[in-house]
Design a protein around this ligand. Structure first.
Ligand SMILES: Nc1ncnc2c1ncn2[C@@H]1O[C@H](COP(=O)(O)OP(=O)(O)O)[C@@H](O)[C@H]1O
Ligand SMILES: [Mg+2]
Length: 401
């Protein structure tokens, strides 16, 4: 579809909440609306094929007209991107006397395979073959690690390759005379640079406003919500945009068996919490169906209930409700509160949580760990944003007001 900008939708959430089902249903609905759609799973626990009830593999397979599916072979992607570097790290560890089996384990950063899966997403985006990519991501924690990878990798590489490359060129001949330590050659540095470029590219694509958004899938359950809040905070922190929260498996009103009364009451309460934690992001709901939602017919029914006439590939929310920036020795957390009026503002900090009340509205935000360690030093309105400044205990870095 020429002229239509491509879209990338990432689905994430705790294991078992319904990510794969919702991702598959979204892709199906979009494909039936005419978008050439590829749905890819980066979760090593692949179940996309089960959701569609169709065999899928490491290459895109046509499921029906306009709809393609792929279960990414993370191990193979890892091999492609990491092997050369790994060989060098292995030789280093071997030189250091690390046992071969342990060295194999140590030479791969945990979660690296999933990160390499995302390079397939970039490749698919660049192929120009699709209007929409739907990504069924690994459960929350893994995805997070994966999404912040270019940063994490910098950290790792700076420690493994502590010497600047230019400096290395000078000292290498000297070094090899006085030590038997394996020394990285140009090939390794080239591989690292290539890897860096690729991962930066993946990240740039996934934070690109107008292209990529994340949809958080949750159930109305305490643990699931807690994890989703954490994910949400970190996604905001790294610049990824969440455009919807999908709350799956709500017990329908018509279920009148008293056995479910308590479940229904608690779910209602949790729905309130979800609204409080994720507003103004739209919350889409899905009922608990009378059966497993497997196969194209059931997925289409689910997508109909989920999007209710909306374009599944649309951008449902396009803003950064939460921003964090460094200021002096502390940080400023900036929260968009369009309805805020200063007089009845109440900001309260409790452990990892930040409670904000403006008149009748409440917002609760889970603080990222770098802020949770600090103290609230002040809160001030600037335009439609509330800026809360955080400083080290003792208050020597007060700012923001
Ligand atoms: N709203 C729902 N009602 C009934 N069954 C559901 C619903 N959502 C998901 N399921 C079923 O739950 C199981 C797990 O869903 P899945 O999408 O694989 O979860 P995840 O990918 O988050 O681990 C699947 O068998 C799926 O058909
Ligand atoms: Mg899944």
């Amino acid at each position: 579809m020429l002229g239509v900008p491509m879209r990338i939708l990432l689905f994430t959430g705790k294991g078992g909440v319904g990510k794969t089902t919702v991702a598959a249903a979204t892709a199906l609905r979009a494909a039936r609306a005419g978008l050439r759609t590829l749905v890819m799973s980066t979760d090593p626990a692949h179940s996309l094929a089960d959701a569609f009830d169709r065999p899928l593999g490491d290459q895109a397979v046509e499921v029906e007209r306009n709809l393609f599916g792929e279960q990414i072979d993370a191990q193979a992607r890892l091999e492609e991107g990491w092997r050369e570097i790994q060989e060098y790290v292995l030789s280093l560890l071997d030189w250091g006397g690390v046992d071969a089996v342990a060295a194999e384990e140590l030479s791969v950063i945990p979660g690296l395979d999933e990160i390499f899966s995302l390079t397939s997403v970039k490749r698919a985006a660049e192929s120009g073959a699709y209007d929409l990519l739907v990504v069924d991501c690994a459960p929350t924690a893994e995805t997070l690690r994966l999404l912040s990878l270019p940063d994490a990798l910098n950290w790792y590489i700076e420690r493994i390759f502590p010497v600047e490359r230019r400096l290395f060129k000078v000292v290498r001949p000297l070094l090899s005379r006085v030590t038997s330590m394996p020394i990285a050659d140009d090939r390794i540095f080239a591989a690292i640079e290539r890897l860096h470029r690729t991962l930066d590219g993946v990240r740039a694509l996934l934070v690109d406003q107008g292209i990529s958004t994340v949809r958080l899938v949750v159930n109305a359950e305490r643990m699931v919500i807690a994890e989703a809040r954490r994910t949400y905070t970190y996604l905001n922190l790294f610049g990824y945009r969440v455009d919807a929260v999908v709350c799956n498996r709500i017990i329908p009103e018509e279920v009148s068996d008293p056995y479910f009364d308590e479940w229904k009451r608690v779910q209602g309460e949790h729905l309130g919490t979800i609204a409080e934690c994720f507003a103004p992001i739209p919350i889409l709901t899905l009922p608990l169906y009378e059966r497993e939602m497997i196969g194209l017919d059931l997925l289409d029914r689910l997508a109909g209930d989920l999007y209710a006439g909306r374009d599944p590939a649309g951008i449902f929310y396009d803003d950064e409700p939460v921003r964090v920036r460094k200021k002096g020795g502390g940080y400023v957390l900036s929260l968009r509160l369009p309805f805020a009026s200063k007089p009845d503002l109440d900001v309260m900090r409790k452990g990892e949580d930040l409670y904000v009340r403006v008149g009748p509205y409440k917002r609760t935000l889970m603080l990222p760990s770098m802020l949770a360690r600090l103290e609230v030093a002040g809160a001030v309105f600037e335009g439609d944003r509330l800026n809360v400044s955080f400083a080290r205990v003792g208050g020597e870095t007060k700012g923001g007001s």
